[in-house]
Structures are given as C-alpha cells and as structure tokens.
Design a protein around this ligand. Structure first.
Ligand code: ATP
Length: 452
C-alpha cells in the first residue's frame, strides 16, 4: 500500500518535488516542483488543454491576470464570504479549521455554522490534535484571500483565490471578439492563492496552487441536468486518463440545504488518498450569479444575444474545476508500484505514456568505453528533437534502470558492444522489463509507434 511518506520521500529523492525554502528551514508547508515534477505538471496541463480546448469547438482559452480589480471581489462575494472557520487551542495556541475538527466527530460539513461548531467542540470535548487539551476559543470566520498593495491604487488588492474571476470579467471581450455560440466555455489554467488556516498533506493543500477551470455558459432554458452529468463524466474520464482507478473515485453531492442560494447543484469528485476520501475536483451549477453580479458592479451589460431566436439573456454557467496539484498527487499515487524481482524490491512509477516526465533514457553499457559513449550520444542527439530524452552514464546499468523506473521513464535504450557491429541497441520496456533488439535506422519509427 502506497503511503504519503513513500511518495514524499521518492519525490524529494528523485527530483519531483522539494520542500520550499528548505535551506532556510522550510516555509509554510509549501513545495517547489523539481525537474521531473515540472515535466509531469506540464504534461498534465497539456493533456487537459488538449482534451478541453483543442479537441472541442465549443471551448476557448484565456490567460488572465492574477492581480485583478479590487471591485471584482466585492461583486463575487469573496470579500465577505470567502471564509473558513478557525478555532484556536487555548492551551498550545495552535490554530485549526473548526469544520475539519467537527467533521471528524459529527461526520458532516458545517460550513458557516460557527455557533454550532463551537458548541460541538466544547460539548464533545474534542481534543487538540497537537497537544491533546480540550480548551477551545470560539470558532470565527477567517478570510482566505491574500492582501497586497499596489502603487497608485488606494483599495486593497488581492491575489486571486481562484481563476474563475478572470474568466467572468472577460465574458464581454470574448462575446465581442470571438464568434461563440451558446453553449460555449472559457477555459483557463493558472495560479490561485488561499491563506489556508492549515496547509498540509504534501501538495494536497497549499497556499499557492494551480487550477484548471472552465466556465461553461448555457441557455437558462436549456436542460442542464444532462450537461451536468456529462461534465462529471468528463472530469472522471480526465483523472482516469492520468492513471486513477475508478474504484478510488466517488462523487459527493452537496446537500440542497447547504448549497449557495444561486447554485442548483454542486458535486465534489473525491479521491481515496492515503489520508482518506477528500476532494479532487468540483462541479457547480452557478446559475447567472457571477455574470449578474459583475454586471451590477461594473454597469456593463453581460448578456448573450441569441440571433436565431432574436433574444437576449444572461447565460447560466456550469463550472467544472480541476486542481492541478491534486491531479498530480493522484497521478503519483496511482503510478506508484513496488514489485519484487528476484528477491529485490523494484519501485516503479507506471505513469500513462502521455504524462511520463521522461519518455526515453539512452545509456552506453559502460561509461569508460569512449566508443560506446560516443554512439549512445549520437543516438541521444538523434532522438532529442522529437522525444523527451535523458542521457545517463552514471553508475552501473542496474542502478540506471532503478533510477529510470523510479521516475517512470517509459523506455531505456542501451548501446553495447554488439551495437558497434550491428548498428542496433537494446530497448527495455518499463512495465514488462522485456528487452528487444532494434536497428538504429528503424529506431525513430519504432519509438513513434510505441509512444503515439
Ligand atoms: P477544499 O474543500 O479541499 O478546501 P474547496 O472546495 O475549497 O476545496 P474549490 O474552491 O472548489 O475547493 O477549488 C477548486 C479546486 O482547487 C479543488 O477541487 C482543488 O482541486 C483545488 N484546491 C482548492 N484549494 C486548494 C489548496 N489549498 N491546495 C491545492 N489545491 C486546492
């Protein structure tokens, strides 16, 4: 069974993910992506963009700003409503999410119900996870937006807590510049910042993270239920394309009475992480709340003109949201395998080929034989323009295989003495470990077939 400790340690050891600001003792439960981490992340984002933007006629992309007009957050309700409930342990002074502590006892979400949460914490004598005491302050709301200041701007400026805002405020630009026909979507990938009360569980909850979001605009009179189900299926399909197994996924619909007043339906797609089922992606029907609010606060009409029916209306919106870092964590957890080979443990990341950080590694059998090194380098140079390759002549061949398995490299190519005579090499498959001899002049075609 894969544990978070194993994933965290592999990520550091093999250059996927490092603790942020480590030489200064670490910082804020944050992480930096290393050379393989950034490749993996880029591949996940590329796959998403392909699936939801390039492969669809009805969705277009934007890349909006992180710092946005302060009024936006008034209109969207974030200024007053983007809160988490916090509570402090009076004994050790540590701060916690009140709703998370209560959820462990009451088993349900209690967003916003501060008094009730305080009552449960005190009456059920919930213990502090840190020091074990049971002496809580009252639960209070804590706004999660990061504030900053900007030259020439009097109002407080915020780092966006989600990417969606930049999409809504570009609705008019898209309508005016593109020939979109309802239903249509606007997609965006980018950073979001939330001053989480407690970050943790590795990259599952950090204060700086990335989202991939779509606002899918529909006619208010359209049958939204089937579209909603379609989006849920697409979200599941996407996470399965990057390796998740269906049995580790479940959908959790938010109870009607807990929905925001404008939402017709909200469903979380949850994944079974080593620390339990938690949110991976979300899907919400947000009605016309966002466009109406931005229209009210900006005095701009944010409407769609339906030329066929000669009708103007404010579209409703379905919002599928995908966390990049959580998707990447799921990709790592799903890929992780430990196998026993001839009495030895092999750790291998079996990423789907579309997201493996490195596709091909090229080795000379021995590093101290210049003729082998020269030929291996020639092969590497030949493949580099088309494939994501790595050249490796460190340590013995066994060690090189072990390292490439641990980063999930799909194929290892070895140049040996026979290669010099026959102009061929050995191709070793990551998953089956089977080896095959391939002629170098047929190599590119062979790899294209295997990797496409
Ligand atoms: P949670 O309940 O776990 O705090 P949320 O309901 O606040 O999440 P949303 O506002 O729906 O999350 O955000 C959309 C997506 O962004 C989530 O499904 C998740 O994948 C990702 N996400 C949200 N907060 C974080 C975070 N602090 N760190 C990493 N990813 C996050």
């Amino acid at each position: 069974m894969v544990t978070m400790e194993k994933i965290v340690s592999l990520c550091k050891r093999r250059g996927f993910i490092f603790p942020c600001s480590e030489i200064y003792g670490g910082f804020a439960n944050a992480y930096d992506y290393g050379p393989y981490g950034v490749e993996l992340k880029n591949n996940i984002k590329k796959l998403w963009w392909e699936k939801f933007v390039h492969q669809r006629q009805d969705i277009i992309g934007i890349d909006g700003s992180i710092l946005l007009h302060p009024k936006l957050w008034e209109a969207s309700g974030h200024l007053t409503g983007f809160n988490d409930a916090m509570v402090d342990c009076k004994e050790c002074k540590k701060r916690f999410r009140a709703d998370h502590l209560v959820k462990k006892i009451a088993g349900e979400d209690m967003e916003g119900e501060l008094e009730e949460m305080t009552k449960i914490l005190r009456e059920k004598k919930v213990r502090c996870p840190d020091c074990g005491a049971s002496d809580w302050t009252e639960a209070k709301n804590f706004n999660m937006m990061f504030q900053t200041e900007m030259n020439g701007i009097e109002d407080k400026v915020y780092l966006r807590p989600e990417t969606a805002g930049a999409i809504f405020i570009n609705f008019k630009n898209i309508i005016d510049s593109m020939r979109v026909k309802i239903p249509f979507g606007i997609a965006q990938i980018g950073k979001a910042f939330r001053n989480e009360i407690i970050a943790g569980n590795f990259i599952f909850r950090t204060r700086e993270f990335e989202q991939m979001e779509i606002e899918y605009f529909i006619n208010p009179e359209a049958k939204w239920e089937s579209l909603f189900d379609e989006w849920l299926n697409l979200q599941e399909e996407f996470i399965m394309e990057i390796g998740a197994k269906k049995e580790n996924l479940r959908k959790r619909e938010h109870p009607k009475e807990k929905l925001s007043h404008y939402s017709k339906k909200t469903v979380d797609i949850e994944y079974k992480y080593p620390f339990g089922f938690e949110e991976l992606f979300g899907l919400a029907h947000r009605g016309d709340f966002d466009l109406s609010q931005h229209s009210k606060y900006s005095n701009e009409k944010l409407e769609y003109f339906d030329a066929e029916n000669n009708k103007k209306f404010t579209p409703h919106v379905l919002e599928p949201t995908f966390g990049v870092d959580r998707a990447l964590l799921v990709a790592l957890l799903s890929a992780y395998n430990e196998e026993e080979i001839k009495g030895e443990k092999r750790i291998v990341l079996k990423f789907p080929k579309e997201i493996a950080p490195i596709q091909i590694a090229v080795f000379p059998l021995l590093r101290n034989k210049p003729e082998l090194v020269k030929k291996a380098k020639e092969v590497y140079e030949q493949l580099k323009p088309e494939f994501i390759c790595e050249f490796d002549d460190n340590g013995n061949i066994g060690k090189r295989y072990r390292r490439q398995d641990e980063i999930g490299t799909l194929m290892c190519l070895t140049i040996d003495f026979d290669s010099l005579e026959n102009d061929d090499l050995t191709v070793r498959d990551r998953d089956t470990m089977k080896q095959e001899r391939v002629k170098i002049k047929e190599l590119i075609e062979y790899l294209r077939n295997k990797l496409s």
